[in-house]
Design a protein around this ligand. Sequence first.
Ligand SMILES: Nc1nc2c(ncn2[C@@H]2O[C@H](COP(=O)(O)OP(=O)(O)OP(=O)(O)O)[C@@H](O)[C@H]2O)c(=O)[nH]1
Length: 382
Amino acid sequence: MFDSLKDKLGSFRKDVEETTEEKAEEAEAEAEAEAEATAEADATADAEADATAEAESTAEVTADAGTQAAAEPETAESEEDDSSSDRSFAQKAKSFAKGEIVIEEQDVEDPLWELEMALLESDVEMNVAKEILENIREDLVGATRSFNSETADVVEQALHDSLLKVISVGQFDFDQRIAQADKPVTIIFTGVNGVGKTTTIAKLSRYFEEQGLSTVLANGDTYRAGANEQIQEHADNLGKKLISHEQGGDPAAVIYDAVEYADSNGIDVVLGDTAGRLHTDEGLMDQLEKIGRVVDPDMTLFVDEAVAGQDAVQRAKQFNEAAEIDGAVLTKADADSQGGAAISIAHVTGKPILFLGVGQGYDDVEKFEPEELVESLLGDEE
Ligand SMILES: Nc1nc2c(ncn2[C@@H]2O[C@H](COP(=O)(O)OP(=O)(O)OP(=O)(O)O)[C@@H](O)[C@H]2O)c(=O)[nH]1
């Protein structure tokens, strides 16, 4: 999942690391040279002082021979003091240089440009890519690489924070919201054809069952021939009740019946499918509006496939504008190496991605956890 994006983020880290390591080495060499020069100057000054002291002590010896024995060890001791203070000064100068590696704009300019290209190639939406770069620039430029911490840590932290910021827009605790809502909770799924709405409904039915919540499926896709049979197969496989009407019927009436059924049978969650549509299809968009009016769903989730990249991002935006969504489900993440839709949708719509579809099986759905995603994108494991 998202392997190509992961590689590209890794390259960025390496680029910045190499640039700043070079800079650190240069600064270190400079500091060392400076320390040596200072030590040399000190040594010359010391030698001059010694010569003066010797001349003075010779004069004293002549005056009082008894004090000479005591004077000698003292001189040896002070010489030792001086050389150890030279050493520690050089060390301090080195550490000082290391501690003062400040990452400057020009150090990261090239790697940031490469990163921008990489994000765009990975189908990250342009404004989202810009925002990520801006956040990284803000975090990195002026950052001081401390003596103990590696540049890699500083860069990783900046990448981590900036990705998390855009990915976690609008996040809320889905499980908690469902648990606290009055039952039955009604969730409607929208999106274009063939992206995996029906499969997602089946997967979430299993997901809720594992949470101890019962579900009824409702086929609001009265438009497509064969839609009833398709969702019926899932319902049978899962042992769930399906509410459906004849093809050409009113989708709002189907969902309404499902809510009634749930009410009278103590079912917790109604999962309502709808026909695949484009946001520009007025007739179908009117259906959504009617479902909204008739059953007032608790949540409308937009479903699209991760592999659609930029298209999925644009559709999410358009659907949200046409019929406000509460969140998104991104299917086929298992087949997506780019990750652009996963990175961009929340930032572009202001609504969170709640689940990732990661395969064709009923258990192949994962709660979308921004922190986990960022960690896996920046992690070392394959
Ligand atoms: N690899 C993979 N395939 C998926 C995933 N989710 C759905 N699919 C497959 O995508 C295809 C389309 O899924 P559907 O659930 O029929 O799509 P839909 O949006 O309901 O389609 P319409 O009813 O035509 O609008 C099926 O073959 C699914 O098995 C997923 O997360 N990963």
